[in-house]
Design a binder for this molecule. Sequence first.
Ligand SMILES: Nc1ncnc2c1ncn2[C@@H]1O[C@H](COP(=O)(O)OP(=O)(O)OP(=O)(O)O)[C@@H](O)[C@H]1O
Ligand SMILES: [K+]
Ligand SMILES: [Mg+2]
Length: 691
Amino acid sequence: MTTTLNDLIEVDPAPEPPAKPVKAGLLDPRQLLRSVPDALRKLDPRVMWRNPVMFIVEVGAVFTTVLSMAQPSLFAWLITIWLWLTVVFANLAEAVAEGRGKAQAATLRSARQDTVAHLTDGRDIAAPQLQQGDLVIVEAGQVIPGDGDVVEGIASVDESAITGESAPVIRESGGDRSAVTGGTRVLSDRIVVRITQRPGESFVDRMIALVEGANRQKTPNEIALNILLAALTIIFLLAVVTLQPLAIFSKAYQAAAPDTAALDGHGVTGIVLVSLLVCLIPTTIGALLSAIGIAGMDRLVQRNVLAMSGRAVEAAGDVNTLLLDKTGTITLGNRQAASFVPLQGVDPEVLAEAARLSSLADETPEGRSIVALAGGGDVPAPASAQWVPFSAQTRMSGVDLGGRRIRKGAASAVLKWAGVRDAEVDEIVDRISSGGGTPLVVAENDRVLGVIHLKDVVKPGMRERFGEMRRMGIRTVMITGDNPRTAAAIAAEAGVDDFLAEATPEDKIAYIRTEQQGGRLVAMTGDGTNDAPALAQADVGVAMNTGTSAAKEAGNMVDLDSDPTKLIEIVEIGKQLLITRGALTTFSIANDIAKYFAIIPAMFAAVYPGLDTLNIMRLHSPGSAILSAVVFNAIVIVFLIPLALRGVRYRPSSASRLLSRNLLIYGLGGVVAPFLGIKLIDLLIQLIPGI
Ligand SMILES: Nc1ncnc2c1ncn2[C@@H]1O[C@H](COP(=O)(O)OP(=O)(O)OP(=O)(O)O)[C@@H](O)[C@H]1O
Ligand SMILES: [K+]
Ligand SMILES: [Mg+2]
C-alpha cells in the first residue's frame, strides 16, 4: 500500500466548507410564532383524531361555536375562543417540536445535490437510478452518489454534511471502516463503492424523514398511554353528562347574571358542560405527549445519534444491562506494544523480528504498534509471504513464509496452535494480564519465542460513569476478546459490574439472549459485520457510523460520531424521556382533579347554598370560575412546552426514589398550581363586566 494515513489527512482544504447542521437550542419565542401556521393546519380533524383527548376538545369547540352563534353572549364567545386556543396550543407544542427537526432536514437537503454516479463499467448515471449492488468509482473532489461499502481503495472523506464534524475521516475496504454515506465528499484518492441502499431509501433520506418526524410512528407505550387517557376522557364525559344539577345551575346562573341572559337554559348548559369536560379530561398530557416523544428523538439528533424508531429511544430508557466493549470503549483503545519479553534462551532480536514479520500486513492499531516497536518497518516484506489476517474468532494473526509459520495472538489461541504447554509462558502471560495489559504470544512453528506486552489505558472518568449507571439500576458488563485475567484487571480498574472474557461474537448473542430471557432489556454498541447479529438481538443496538453497512442495518440507532461511550448518554436521554412523560402525566391528572374542586363548589354554591363552605377559592362568580378554569387549562399547555421539549431535569438515582420525588414535585405541584392560577385569572376576569 503506497498511501499512508498521514498522506490522507494532510489534503488540500475541503472545497467550500458545508454548513453545519443547525443545532437548535432551547425554545426560541420566534419558533413558537413560526410554528403557528403548522399548528393551524393540524386542526384538520383527519389529523386531530389521532390524539383522542384533543380531538374531544376540538369537537367541543365546534359545538360551543355553534351554540355561541345561535345565541351569542360574551361568556359563550370567550369560552369558545379559549377552547379553540386549547387545541391550537396543543398543536403548537407538536409543531414546535417538529420545527426544530425541520431546520435540520433543510440543511441536509441543501447538502444533497444532484450527483452523477460513475459506474465501473464506464456508464454515467444519475445517482437516484443506482441499484443495490452497483459498483461506482469516486475520486478526489467528487460526492459519493449513494450509501455503500468501500470494496477497493482507501480515501479520506468529508462527512461534515451529515455529522457536522469538519475533520476528514478515513474510509477503506476490508475492515470495520468500510461504510460510506451518499452525499459525503471524497477529499483524496479513489475508491470503488458497492451500493447497498435501495433507491430512495438512502441514509440521508431516512435521516430527513426522521428529523422531520414525517414517519414517526407512535410507540407502544405512547399508544397505551393514549388509550388510558381516552378511557379517562370517557369516564369524565359520562360523569359530566350525568351531572343532573347542571340544568338547575344554568337556570340559577341566568337568574344571577341577567345581563348575559339573552340565552336560554340549553345554551348555557351546553357551554358549561363542554367547559367542565375539557377542564376535567387530561388535556395537558394529551397536548404534550407527542412533543415529548419528538423532543427525545431530537435530543439524540443533537448529540449526533439517529434513532431509527421512537421505540428504540424508549427502550434505551428502560435498559437494565449495558454491554460495553473493553477496547476503545472502556479503554482508550490505542492498545500499543510496550515491550517484547523473550523466553529464556531466546535472542531478543529473534523475537522482535518474528513479531515484526507477523505484523507487517496487520493494519490493526496493535499490529502497527508492534512494527513500530520492533523498528525496521521500511524493510520490505518477503515476496513469498502469505498473510494470515487477525480475526476475532481465531484471535491470532501472522504470516507463512515457506516453512516458517509465525503466529502472534491471544495466549490460549497461539499455544493451542503451536501445540505446546509451557510454565514460563504462563508465568509471563499472568504477570502482564494481572496488570491489565494484553499479552500476545509469539510462536514460530512449534516453538514459543516470547510475549508482546500490549498496554491500554482505562479512560478517565469511567468509574464515575459506571457508578451513575449503578445508581440508575443499570448493570454494566464489559465484553472483551481478551483473556480473563486482563479482563478482570481492567474490569476492577474501571468499576464495571461484570465481564465476559474471550468472547466471540456468538458468545455476545448468547449473553444477550440469557439476559433477555430473564426479562431484562439489553443495550450494546458495535461496528463490525461480526457485531450485526448481536446488534439486531439487543433491544438497543447502536451502530457506529464508521462501521459496516451490515452493522448499521442491524442496529436501531446510528452514532454519527462513532463514539461507543455515547451509549451511556443514549440511556440517559431515554430515561429522561420516560421520566418527563411520567412527570407531566402526573402533573396533568393532579391538575384535573384540583380543577374539579375549584369549579364544582363555585358552580353549585349558587344552587345548593349548603355547598358554600366548600367554596374555599371564593371565585368572583360561577361564570368567572368556569372561564378561569378553561383559560388556565389552555395556558398551562404553553407554559409546559419548554419543559416538554427540554425534558425534566434529572439526576441519576434509583427508579423508586425518582418516582417518589416526582410524585412530590409534579403531583403536589399539579394540585396546587390550578388553585393559584385559577384564582389569579379570576381576579382579572372579574374586571370584565357581565361575567
Ligand atoms: N492484531 C492482532 N493480532 C493478533 N492477535 C490480536 C490482535 N489484536 C488482538 N489480538 C488478540 O485477540 C484478542 C481478541 O481481540 P478482539 O479485538 O476480538 O477483542 P479485544 O480487542 O480484546 O476486545 P474488544 O471486544 O473490546 O475489542 C485480543 O485480546 C488479543 O489477545
Ligand atoms: K384538562
Ligand atoms: Mg478489538
